[in-house]
Design a protein around this ligand. Structure first.
Ligand code: ZN
Length: 92
């Protein structure tokens, strides 16, 4: 599992890995309710995205997936999460 994912880019915005699934379920009816139903066990974000992609027949390796979150490994110190508004890049 990739350990260097700092954020996800989705529809032109950046999101915390912990925020991207919630954003997808709220923002886009296609994914409405996914992963938020009671009793759904927590899965790592990459696993959840793999599951969502599989469920909707989306090839995460394909080039035409701008409607699906893409992992980001480099963020700027001032980048903020569109979902929660907190800084993404603060470290050290
Ligand atoms: Zn966030």
């Amino acid at each position: 599992m990739p350990s260097e994912i700092k954020a996800y880019t989705f529809l032109g915005h950046l999101y915390h890995p912990d925020c991207i699934i919630a954003e997808m379920t709220r923002e886009d009816g296609e994914y409405d309710g996914w992963g938020l139903a009671p009793g759904v066990p927590y899965e790592p974000v990459e696993k959840q995205l793999d599951d969502i992609a599989y469920h909707f027949g989306i090839d995460r390796e394909a080039h035409d997936i701008e409607l699906f979150p893409l992992p980001v490994t480099v963020v700027m110190p001032w980048d903020t999460c569109e979902h929660c508004g907190e800084l993404i890049g603060e470290e050290d």
